[in-house]
Write a protein that binds this ligand. Structure first.
Ligand code: 6OK
Length: 375
């Protein structure tokens, strides 16, 4: 199948399973490992496309579920697609809605056909199936579409996870069958299987037999302890094709980005940096810094002395604290800009460390100098 998105392996780190690569898309090339800022409702909250380009973000994530509910995918199709609608001419990946249905709406019922649920906005009864999820993503025109899946909760019984992954595999086939635009949109499958090695193997085998242009690992970052997530990666990543992108969904703390890269993950996304920024929590070279705390009231130094971003070059901790306390939107913009820039810069350093075959050393330096990030 002609895939619009292809993966180019550049180098494997001699110290670990990490790899340097490029993901080529119709809207530009992404150096990997990479972190994707999340723009759930057709905007990376408080950021302009120009600011995202300034920090060299090459791909952002948006959500089928949210845009289906509001403003509706037909309106976005009419606008010329999501790139045009939000004035973003680089790459877009859209999540398929499965996870969001489970994390946002109540009254939901899973059937073989699809998921019945109530809109978390209006309470209307709605339904999404694999075919509908593909129809929505086609209308959005995303470069990378995700197959419609079920993200099993944590913890979950082996039998439940087994039945769920088998349905997710059948849904993935239905997504492939209804995929009408392989020429300019690529469809990634999502490996499930919870925390069970035998089920991860079953899910990976089901999906890699269907030859998708890329594969994600789902069902993680759902409340499990980090060491459990790393265990699942240890035995799941080797089951994924080496010549295709590997995307770990919902992961975005600095420590997890490094540990995931070491295990061979190429793409990450998470709302963490943008979500915590809005309550005045920042990721800095000294670790997490809650700039709204009173201790920074008279601190006229930069947020992060080792960061060269717009926020750190032009504003003080005292000013940021004042803005956040005064509920001034500009404060949210400045903390968001810094957190996203921090992660883009971290991934640039990860890529350089892989190039220099020293990612494990980089990890040790990072954890020692920056403090152990606990998500
Ligand atoms: N289609 C699909 N999408 C997913 C998205 C996910 N996102 C996560 N985790 C995000 C967890 C997460 C949520 C919020 C915050 C902000 C601070 O509280 C941080 C992390 N896990 C995920 C799993 C799946 C999955 O299997 N399938």
């Amino acid at each position: 199948m002609t895939a619009a998105v292809t993966y180019e392996a550049i180098k494997t780190c001699k110290q670990s399973g990490a790899r340097l690569g490029r993901v080529h898309t119709p809207h530009g090339t992404i150096e990997t490992p990479t972190f994707m800022p999340v723009g759930t409702q057709a905007t990376v909250k408080t950021m302009s496309p120009e600011e995202l380009k300034e920090m060299d973000a090459r791909i952002i994530l948006s959500n089928t579920y949210h845009l289906f509910l509001r403003p509706g995918h037909e309106l976005i199709r009419e606008a010329g697609g999501l790139h045009k609608f939000m004035n973003w001419d680089r790459a877009i990946l859209t999540d398929s809605g499965g996870f969001q249905v489970f994390s946002l709406s109540d009254m939901r019922k899973i059937t073989e056909e699809g998921v019945h649920f109530r809109s978390h906005l209006s309470g209307d009864k709605l339904f999404i199936s694999p075919e509908i999820a593909m129809e929505i993503q086609n209308a959005l025109g995303s470069d990378i579409m995700m197959a419609f899946d079920e993200c099993a909760p944590f913890p979950a019984e082996h039998d439940y996870v087994k039945k769920s992954l088998e349905r997710t595999s059948r849904w993935a086939e239905r997504c492939l069958e209804s995929h009408t635009r392989p020429a300019d949109q690529s469809l990634f499958a999502i490996i499930q299987g919870g925390m069970y090695e035998d089920l991860r193997r079953q899910s990976a085998a089901d999906l890699t037999s269907l030859d998708f242009p890329g594969y994600a690992i789902g069902g993680l970052s759902v409340g499990e302890p980090k060491h459990l997530m790393y265990d699942v990666l240890d035995y799941t990543v080797p089951l994924m094709p080496a010549n295709k992108p590997r995307y770990l969904m919902g992961v975005g703390s600095p420590d997890a980005l490094i540990e995931g890269s070491i295990r061979g993950i190429d793409m990450f996304d998470c709302v963490l940096p943008t979500r915590i920024a809005r309550n005045g929590t920042t990721m800095t070279s000294q670790g997490r810094l809650v700039v709204r705390n009173a201790q920074y009231a008279n601190d006229f130094g930069p947020l992060d002395p080792e960061c060269d971003c717009y926020t750190c070059r032009n504003y003080s901790r005292a000013y940021l604290r004042h803005l956040i306390k005064a509920d001034e939107t500009f404060g949210l913009r400045l903390t968001t800009y810094h957190n996203l820039y921090f992660l883009q810069n971290l991934m640039k350093n990860v890529r350089q460390a892989i190039m220099d075959d020293r990612l494990l050393d980089f990890r040790d330096e990072f954890f020692e100098q920056y403090g152990l990030f606990n998500n």
